[in-house]
Design a protein around this ligand. Structure first.
Ligand code: GDP
Ligand code: IMO
Ligand code: MG
Length: 422
């Protein structure tokens, strides 16, 4: 069975926690998009982790973790993460594989990310500064350097020299300082040697696993509205975030996909710039940020907070084919006397949809709200759906009806076992 877990909002929905929960029964867990712009928090018996590249399934002995071709890899970050995980007592031998087709994030990508943001000034994207956009840009414009290149001294030297010369011209034109070849070459060649034991064609591993009917979980990074095509462009990320990209990002045919899980927070958050129709600028917004500890896992930036937007999730469900939704952080709404749900959008007195326009359009629409009564009691520690307060059950049912997809679980705490089957 192939299951894909997708963030249904602007990232940070709790995908790491959900994948860690599912991975108990998994044979393989696969990262297929994005890079270390992702920060997936996992709190389990080994401790608290913020995985940026290593799949969240690494904590389950039976599960093999794959980083496939669709991911862009910063070798320095991956090595650091491998060290952290090993230190926690996890054996990685034959349990983590990295596709030789993965493109590298090199120091000039990070320099360019910062320079583009600086040049854009007020119009900046608010990237994580990890070099993601420039690395994917090099990939699609045939200027990328891949893991396979890094593992060959001569090829790496040749490609790095050529690319660095090109990039230094751009860096200097934008007012930056040129980077030095010798330093980067030595440092990255060494990182490559340390990554070599993990490099293996993941296509073969995955296809053998599918032939044997293994249980495979795809761990999406970012969220639907950061998707390069379908998100709030240009306030998006560089990769394809949608479920369909598991096919190109990992090399599997579409008909192998069985289950597509959308993970959505019981409210909404966003880091970085861009339109956010249900954003709150009042006490409720502050309360969501405080109670939800809404600060970025990767950058520590405060996350913007707002009410649940069912117009967005309806679109996300159609786009990705969600077979179910998992609603996370329900416990964060415990203390609210009133909770709002956005049921749809209006513009100039007419009902409109997310897909009708771009990010300028989205900045103009007016969200329509339905208000429901809060439950004003703690849901933390509850293990059975029947034991949830009536208003919480009503909240879940209302969202199901508005979105048109079944909610299979609610998450009521940060730890992996804090989850309730609906
Ligand atoms: P991801 O990027 O989708 O994996 O999500 P992040 O890890 O970036 O952000 C989610 C945050 O919410 C993390 O701090 C998690 O520990 C936390 N979290 C996840 N699910 C729940 C939940 O149900 N309740 C609470 N209180 N925290 C949660
Ligand atoms: P996870 O997997 C939240 C956002 C950045 C910025 C935009 C572009 O943890 O959910 P980038 O560095 O990708 O070029 O930045 O995308 N962004 C995320 N926001 N969660 C993420 O990942 C994100 N990955 C990128 O904040 O707005
Ligand atoms: Mg995150």
């Amino acid at each position: 069975m192939v299951t894909i877990v997708i963030g249904a909002q602007w990232g940070d929905e709790g995908k790491g926690k959900i994948v860690d929960f599912f991975a108990k029964q998994a044979d393989y867990v696969v990262r297929f998009n994005g890079g270390n712009n992702a920060g997936h928090t996992i709190i389990n018996k080994y401790g608290k982790f913020a995985n940026h590249l290593v799949p969240a399934g690494i904590f389950h002995k039976k599960a093999v973790s794959l980083i496939t071709n669709g991911v862009v890899v910063d070798p320095e970050v991956l090595i650091l993460e491998i060290e952290t995980i090993k230190k926690a007592g996890i054996d990685l031998n034959n349990r983590l594989f990295l596709s030789p087709r993965c493109h590298l994030i090199l120091p000039y990508h990070k320099a360019l990310d910062a320079l583009y943001e600086q040049a854009k000034g007020k119009g900046k994207t608010g990237t994580t500064g990890r070099g993601i956009g420039p690395a994917y840009a090099d990939k699609v414009s045939y200027n990328g350097i891949r893991i396979a290149d890094l593992l060959d001294d001569k090829i790496f030297a040749e490609k790095l020299k050529f690319q660095l010369d090109l990039k230094n011209k751009i860096i200097q034109a934008l007012g930056g300082k040129p980077l030095f070849y010798n330093q980067i070459y030595k440092e990255y060649l060494d990182l490559g040697k340390r990554l070599k034991p993990y490099a293996r064609e993941t296509f073969t591993i995955l296809n053998e696993a599918m032939d044997k009917k293994k249980n495979i979980i795809f761990e999406g990074a970012q969220g639907v509205f950061l998707d390069n095509d379908w998100g709030t462009y240009p306030f998006v990320s560089a990769s394809s975030v949608v479920s369909g990209n598991a096919t190109a990002g990992a090399g599997i045919p579409p008909q192998k996909i069985g289950r597509i899980v959308g993970v959505a927070k019981a409210y909404a958050t966003r880091v970085g710039e861009g339109p956010f129709p249900t954003e709150l600028f009042d006490k409720d917004g502050e309360k969501l940020r405080k109670e939800g500890k809404e600060f970025g896992t990767t950058t520590g930036r405060p996350r913007r907070c707002g009410w649940f937007d069912s117009e967005l999730i309806r679109f996300a469900a159609r786009l990705n084919g969600f077979t179910e939704i998992i609603l996370t952080k329900l416990d964060i709404l415990d203390g609210f006397a009133k909770i709002k749900i956005c049921t749809g959008y209006r513009l100039n007195g007419k009902s409109v949809n997310y897909v009708d326009g771009d990010s300028l359009f989205l900045a103009k629409i007016k969200p329509v709200y339905q208000e429901i009564k809060g439950w004003k009691m703690t849901t933390a520690g509850i293990k059975r759906f029947a034991d949830l307060p009536k208003q919480a059950k009503d909240y879940i049912k209302t969202i199901e009806e508005l979105v048109g997809v079944r909610i299979s679980y609610i998450s009521n705490g940060a730890k992996s076992h804090e989850i309730v089957k609906v």
